[in-house]
Design a protein around this ligand. Sequence first.
Ligand code: BTN
Length: 261
Amino acid sequence: MKSKLPLLNVDIISESLTAKRLGKMIMLYQSTESTNDIAWKYAKSDNYDGTVVFAEQQTEGRGRRDNKWLSEKSHSILCSFLLRRCNIEADMLTLATGVAVAEVVEKFISSGAKIKWPNDVMAGGKKIAGVLVEAKDSDVVIGIGLNCHQQVVDFDESIKDIATSIDIEAGSVCDRNEVARSLIVALENWLDIAGKEKDAVIDKWKQESFLLHKRVSVESDNEIYTGTCIGIDPNEGLILQLERGGVKMFHAAQATIADSV
Ligand code: BTN
């Protein structure tokens, strides 16, 4: 039996928070449809740039490509960051966020983390976190779902074999307030780097990549392309050296990883 899990607490998260732009305003919902939707409601005012919205539970959590994001109450970090007038393109934001989340996971799991293009963070070969970047004009909401306290039995049957959590990988119970604070700090740092030095983000992404040099099958426009992942381009996406010959790039918005070995 799991003992009562500690709740998120804004005072604890803000305590000694070193981030300057992100987390000036932190909101915490016990239950909401989607933290991304809450963040969008604040996009009308400049005062809310950098706002972070956390929720203990989401009733309509969403992932990429109309997938649902499922999580039991108080088991995850479910959060969204609002960036007003952001001049970094969405694909670069996804990469930088993946790098930041992987860095945080690595702080809590000694076996490390990998980034599976475009938006999954992996630990122990399974998905531990997902990133959903939504952009309207120059406003952006970055949503992150990071599994913390789940045990295998807590995952929906459909994802049991492919999902993991910090507690599973670490073999101990993590402090979600500490995870939340680390996430704000890491994301601010990597967004800052992405704004100035895109290559530094790409280099880090390559070091942490789950797919680089692997044989990958990508589904795009109802076709399966198989080849070796040879890199990532901030504008063009995943680069595959195709087995049928030639090199092809895949935009995150139009492609799904069908398989990787
Ligand atoms: C994915 O892997 O497809 C991305 C999942 C992103 C889920 C997070 S949970 C917090 C935020 N609010 C949402 O509705 N989605 C994101």
